[in-house]
Write a protein that binds this ligand. Structure first.
Ligand code: SF4
Length: 272
């Protein structure tokens, strides 16, 4: 199955999930209400990692909607992104670092996402003019690195990724270009199953240091499929980093985190 088919076959509605998770019609209606507010998408691969009999399963809790999401407490913009936005879709929070919101799409909508105000919902905050973003970074010589984020940066089609790679690697004062993607975790075939994509990263990685920043949260996400995707990137010379979100009941104990971090290091991914 190609990664595009895997996406098309993703679970998007409460009715899709109900027979797998054994929800009653009442529960299904309640979860449908959450999905109406915050979209759901779970690729079949990622759902296969969930224990459907355990409502507290850590993998399930990262992808299956929770009624607690409707609690209106907290902030929608938790890190002041609106204040740091200099032009549409481009943030400049730290002197040396720029951040580009390249898409609002993800292969999976993590229930803990800190941009859930926008992922799968609105494109209002996205960069739609690559030339303007490139001009901003070119004019700001203090910026030595940029993070192409989203949503999930690898949801962009290859021709868009190539445009970012071509234009950003041409900016002399950029030392480092990072891409933020959870697809090694949620849809690894997008990486190991697309030679054109891998060729792009190999080609432009010879011009400028490219880094894949990914997002593993639990050792059970470190599957043979995920390892294949990670090895495909390191095989093309792309260094790998990981950001783990610390979550109560999911990975907030030493044994789980220890297994996750040592498993990542074994696969050539530096936790940071
Ligand atoms: S992949 Fe990243 S941006 Fe997308 S929902 Fe998950 S945490 Fe949010």
């Amino acid at each position: 199955m190609s990664w595009q088919n895997e996406l098309r076959n993703g679970y998007r509605t409460a009715e899709d999930l109900a027979p797998i998770l054994g929800w009653t019609p009442e529960e299904t209606a309640r979860y449908a209400g959450v999905i109406e507010r915050y979209p759901m998408l779970i690729p079949p691969y990622y759902l296969s990692l969930v224990d459907p009999k355990d409502p507290e399963d850590p993998i399930g809790r990262m992808c299956v909607p929770s009624l607690a999401e409707l609690d209106a407490g907290g902030e929608a913009d938790t890190s002041g992104e609106a204040d740091n936005t200099k032009i549409e879709g481009l943030q400049h929070k730290y002197t040396q670092t720029a951040l580009l919101l390249s898409t609002n799409q993800c292969a999976m909508y993590c229930r803990h996402c800190f941009r859930k105000r926008m992922v799968g919902l609105t494109d209002a905050e996205l960069n739609k003019r690559v030339d303007e973003a490139v001009a901003y970074v070119s004019e700001h010589k203090e910026v030595n690195n940029i993070l192409v984020s989203g949503g999930d940066a690898f949801m962009n089609p290859n021709h868009i990724l190539e445009r970012y790679l071509r234009e950003l690697t041409a900016i002399e004062h950029l030392d480092l270009i990072r891409f933020g993607s959870r697809m090694p975790v949620t849809l690894p075939e997008r990486i190991y199953g697309d030679p054109e994509f891998l060729d792009l990263f190999e080609k432009y990685g010879k011009k400028k240091t490219l880094v894949l920043v990914t997002h593993f949260n639990h050792p059970r996400e470190l599957t043979a499929e995920a390892a294949r995707a990670l090895r495909a990137m390191t095989g093309r010379g792309v260094p790998l980093r990981n950001q783990t979100v610390l979550m109560r009941g999911i990975n907030d104990d030493g044994e789980t985190l220890g297994k996750l971090l040592s498993g990542l290091v074994r696969l050539g991914v530096m936790p940071y």
